[in-house]
Design a protein around this ligand. Structure first.
Ligand code: SF4
Length: 375
């Protein structure tokens, strides 16, 4: 399990090593056809900041060699905001006396139909809070069963599950799982997740092993940038995690995501750091140079101009016209959202813009019949 591996990697030593990276380390990493985690550390370090242009060119080259000019399009659907956790940075935390919604199967189907009217989406991501009693595996299985009529690629972003539960959902048609570790800082994790199942760092961290053991075809991972002051250390831990998973579950496809927290307008949780646009670009280029095959995903959290700029330079997956409240496409269009969407263009507008930028939006890139050999 990765939790055992993580114990061998010291947070403070890693931070010190990142800041000790030199110009020579950066140039060595840029010259290598295949980078290791130490090279990734060099590429995200302050020493690499003067090399941003060169990194962008290399990132574009590797991306186009591997993915061509395609951009895989997906849409999230929140099916419940019911949650027993208390993540300090989330509006859906259990102490918030807001109205909770668990969409019925009929409402879920209405949402699917509404999504299909927006654009020819085939990739859907079903999102929930954590309520295993009322929105657990049977509920997810029903949502997947209905989704199969409308979508060819069904992923979930839900509470970490047991291996056998991932296997069960896979039998229903699940293709991928996205889970954010949020932070790899073991002690601070408990501060951000003080109660509920999500407070169990090991359970969440080892959920990725359980996905791999269940033979989930696609695993998405990410750190929430803004939780840790040393965000670079967090993404280095994620790079270690990615390499570990690739080694152990080599038939699985991987994606990474770097959601950035923004300062809250109210008195809510304030990020411990803000990753600038330049730093986000550097991180994206570094990840592509580190791993030529991993999908890099940008959500509508990022503003349109960032997504437009980055779509030719390393990003390979994007959401569009996302609603981040349950039933947001049809049933409850005005309910409270989990976070603020920055890119509020329609899917049609994003499709057009991507084409203007020389990208080819792809709505369908997976079919269950590809999984000929099962697992
Ligand atoms: S981030 Fe997810 S698990 Fe945490 S409180 Fe919000 S909905 Fe619940």
């Amino acid at each position: 399990m990765f939790s055992d591996e993580l114990l061998k990697i010291d947070w403070d030593e890693t931070t010190a090593a990142i800041y000790a990276m030199s110009d020579t380390d950066v140039r060595r990493a840029l010259a290598k056809p295949r980078c290791d985690v130490r090279d990734f550390m060099a590429l995200i370090s302050p020493a690499a900041e003067p090399y941003l242009e060169q990194m962008a060119r290399l990132s574009r080259k590797y991306t186009e060699e591997r993915f061509g000019r395609t951009m895989s399009m997906f849409i999230p659907l929140y099916i419940t905001n019911s949650c027993s956790n208390s993540c300090v940075y989330c509006g859906f935390h259990r102490s918030n006396p807001m109205k909770r919604t668990i969409l019925t199967p009929e409402q879920i189907e209405q949402e699917y139909k509404a999504i299909k009217k927006l654009a020819p989406f085939e990739n859907i991501l079903l999102v929930t809070g954590e309520n295993p009693a009322k929105a657990g595996v049977p509920y997810l299985a029903t949502a997947i069963d209905i989704a199969k009529k409308y979508f060819s690629n069904i992923k979930i972003e839900v509470m970490p599950l047991k291996t056998e539960e991932y296997s069960t959902l896979k039998e229903h048609g699940l293709n991928g799982v996205i889970c954010f570790q949020e932070t790899y800082h073991r002690e601070n994790y408990k501060i951000y997740h003080p109660a509920g199942m999500e407070s169990n760092f090991e359970w969440r961290l080892n959920g990725f092993d359980r996905m791999g053991q269940a033979g989930v075809h696609s695993i998405g991972m990410g750190a929430l940038l803004g939780l840790e002051k040393e965000w670079r250390t967090d993404v280095v831990m994620m790079a270690h995690h990615l390499r570990y998973l690739q080694k152990h579950y080599w038939r699985t496809k991987y994606s990474v995501n770097f959601p950035r927290m923004r300062p809250a307008q109210n008195e809510g949780f304030q990020p411990n750091c803000f990753v600038t646009d330049r730093q986000l670009a550097q991180l994206t280029f570094a990840m592509r140079i580190f791993d030529h095959d991993v999908d890099i995903s940008y959500s509508t959290r990022e503003p349109a101009f960032i997504r437009d700029n980055m779509c030719t330079l390393g990003v390979t997956t994007m959401s569009a016209e996302s609603k981040v409240n349950p039933g947001g496409y049809h049933t409850y269009p005005d309910a409270l959202e989990q976070f603020t969407v920055s890119d509020d263009r329609t899917a049609a507008q994003i499709n057009l813009r991507l084409k203007e930028l020389g990208r080819e939006p792809v709505w369908k890139d997976w079919d269950a019949s590809f999984d000929l050999f099962g697992r």
